[in-house]
Design a protein around this ligand. Structure first.
Ligand code: DGY
Length: 322
């Protein structure tokens, strides 16, 4: 019987992929920070039994049409908006992702970003590095208080709840909006369900934790930003296209809101000439929400496990359902 063939779209440490090598032939795009070109993906998908991918690989319908023997696509991420789930399902290809394992790490980063944007930490770092620190001044780099402020969470899934849990330590007043109410979360962290409008109008911090779908495309648009408090801080560690970036730029420039903390962008990677990066009140990070050494290893190991399950004809443990 022909040995299964696995293609890995980014360099992953050898010890993590050893179990795959015991199961079949493995080929890996050797670069760590450059995505595999689409043309190479097209070649690989024709012969692969399994693909180990990540958030920056467009696994679209046109690509999947070329698959001849593909059984499983395992993404090293919780979000899977880069994969055409319907096209995969039509070809009986299982899709697996990595929920749970990155929740706490992503919530940590979300809170760090919230605090950095509120207390103007990147601006302070710039001042000191550029020798611009004059003297202690009464209103120099004053930001927003986090403690006792109202946090509005859009999307109360695992990560939303973990962010809320952190907020309780700061005595924040937590409100949320979600497709359905979460009584257990309400009980656990004291969060109160509100309509989107109320969340936007009353929150001091608005934090997006919802997955990217057709319905959430540009959910945060001009109208939404205009509803927010002029002192509010907006944080997004979910997916870039949930935000209309032109609207966010205008809101920040015109003072409709105070500041933003962004770990994700509509078209990644962004460069320094991106309009949002030219604003002092934007704290920007390069999509590193889940990037702790331990969590990334766990995500990669989980992805390897999903591929082994798929190759053996088993149901993958964390299957993305249509
Ligand atoms: C995810 O898992 O979806 C993140 O965006 C990448 O860690």
């Amino acid at each position: 019987m022909k040995q299964p063939y696995v293609f890995i779209t980014r360099r992953i440490p050898e010890d993590i992929i050893t179990p795959l090598k015991a199961e079949g032939r493995v080929s890996m795009w050797e670069k760590e920070e450059t995505p595999v070109p689409y043309e190479r993906l097209e070649e690989e998908i024709k012969k692969a039994d399994a693909v180990f991918c990540n958030v920056s690989d467009p696994i679209d319908a046109a690509l999947l049409e070329k698959a001849e023997r593909l059984k499983v696509i395992a993404t090293m991420a919780v979000g899977y908006n880069n994969i055409d789930i319907q096209a995969a399902a039509e070809r009986n290809i299982q899709v697996a992702h990595t929920p749970g394992v990155l929740t706490e790490t992503t919530a940590d980063l979300t809170f760090a970003l919230l605090m950095a944007a509120a207390r103007r930490i990147p601006e302070g770092i710039e001042v000191i590095k550029n020798n611009e620190w004059g003297a202690w001044a009464p209103f120099f780099l004053t930001g927003r208080d986090i403690h006792h402020a109202r946090l509005g969470i859009i999307g109360m899934g695992r990560i939303g709840e973990a962010v809320a849990k952190r907020a309780t330590g700061f005595d924040m007043d937590i409100v949320y909006h979600n497709r359905s109410r979460k009584p257990e979360t309400e009980e656990a962290v004291g969060a109160v369900y509100v309509e989107m409008e109320e969340l936007l109008e009353t929150s001091d911090f608005v934090c997006v934790q919802t997955p990217y779908t057709k319905e959430t495309h540009h959910l945060m648009n001009r109208e939404a930003f205009q509803k927010m408090k002029s002192t509010a801080v907006f944080v997004n560690t979910s997916r870039g296209p949930i935000v209309d970036e032109t609207a966010l730029y205008e809101a920040l420039k015109e003072g409709d809101i105070q500041a933003a903390g962004l770990d994700v962008f509509e078209n990644e990677p962004v460069r320094s000439n991106h309009p949002l990066l030219t604003l002092p009140n934007v704290t920007a990070l390069p999509h590193i929400g889940s990037a702790s050494e331990d969590t990334r290893r766990k995500m990669a190991e989980m992805t390897v496990g999903h591929i082994l399950q798929g190759l053996r004809g088993e149901d993958v443990a964390h299957k993305v359902e249509m």
